[in-house]
Unconditional design. Structure first.
Length: 263
């Protein structure tokens, strides 16, 4: 388990069957078998994923700028945008992850809701901690570049064991994040949730940031596997969506980490 989007693509790139130990002959038969892509469909390429990811990220940035401006100029609207964007992305994200067909409108709609959420949250953090947003953006780009280089050069190897460990960690953190959100809304830890802005809170943010960073390695590997297996081009939308979700998550965790340090 990792990002549900990439889990789905990984399963379908293997024909929907669980992995098992194969003999040399079986591996040769699989290698010689035709691509999973039907002859009339164009195969997925890395450029397809990159272009879609840039498009979706552009939507997030543009909508985020509008949300930022609205939050800064209209009193009280920031909290509404933040809550609407958060709930909307949670619901739509589940629909996209478990919907059998690839729906481009849903994926674009998710990017719009994500932009609303990111813009409102960023404006709130920048108002409380001057310079936090530019710092988080630069840090996100640096972490993204470092993780890609580490994966590409082989310093970070995505094995089945690594995927299982990351899956358990992601599931545990997802449960914790929901509980922590409720605690934060109730004012626990001065609105930070468990740990507040003390050493425990900073430790939690460091763990979450590291988890988001290493999830990028899973994403890179899943994209590479999908391209090499010759999946249909339509899956580029799902892969791009999953990558952008991880990048935005990393940015939010870095923003929270910077805020806790500033406190």
């Amino acid at each position: 388990m990792s990002n549900p989007i990439f889990d789905r693509v990984d399963r379908e790139s293997r024909g929907g069957y669980p992995q098992r130990d194969l003999s040399a002959g079986q591996l040769q038969d699989m290698y010689a078998a035709p691509s999973v892509t039907p002859p009339h469909e164009r195969r997925l390429t890395l450029d397809d994923v990159l272009m879609k990811a840039l498009l979706l990220l552009g939507i997030v940035v543009v909508v985020g700028a509008v949300s930022w401006f609205a939050s800064a100029t209209v009193p009280g609207v920031g909290g509404t945008l933040w809550l609407a964007g958060m709930i909307g992305t949670l619901v739509l994200g589940l629909v996209i992850a478990f919907k059998k067909a690839v729906s481009v409108p849903l994926i674009v709609g998710y990017a719009v809701l994500e932009g609303i959420f990111v813009g409102a949250v960023s404006q709130a953090f920048e108002r409380m901690y001057d310079g936090a947003v530019p710092s988080a953006i630069v840090a996100t780009l640096c972490v993204f570049g470092a993780m890609f280089a580490g994966w590409k050069l082989g310093f970070i190897k995505v094995t089945d064991k690594f995927r299982r460990m990351m899956g358990m960690a992601l599931l545990g953190y997802a449960i914790f994040a929901l509980v922590n959100l409720v605690a934060a809304l109730m004012g626990v830890g001065a609105g930070w949730g468990f740990g507040g802005s003390g050493a425990l809170g900073i430790g939690i943010s460091l763990f979450a940031t590291g988890l988001a960073a290493f999830t990028l390695a899973l994403d890179f590997d899943s994209i590479d596997n999908a391209v090499r297996s010759g999946m249909p081009e339509k899956y580029s939308w799902l892969l791009a969506h999953g990558l952008v979700v991880t990048v935005v998550w990393l940015y939010i965790e870095l923003l929270r980490l910077i805020g806790r340090f500033r406190d």
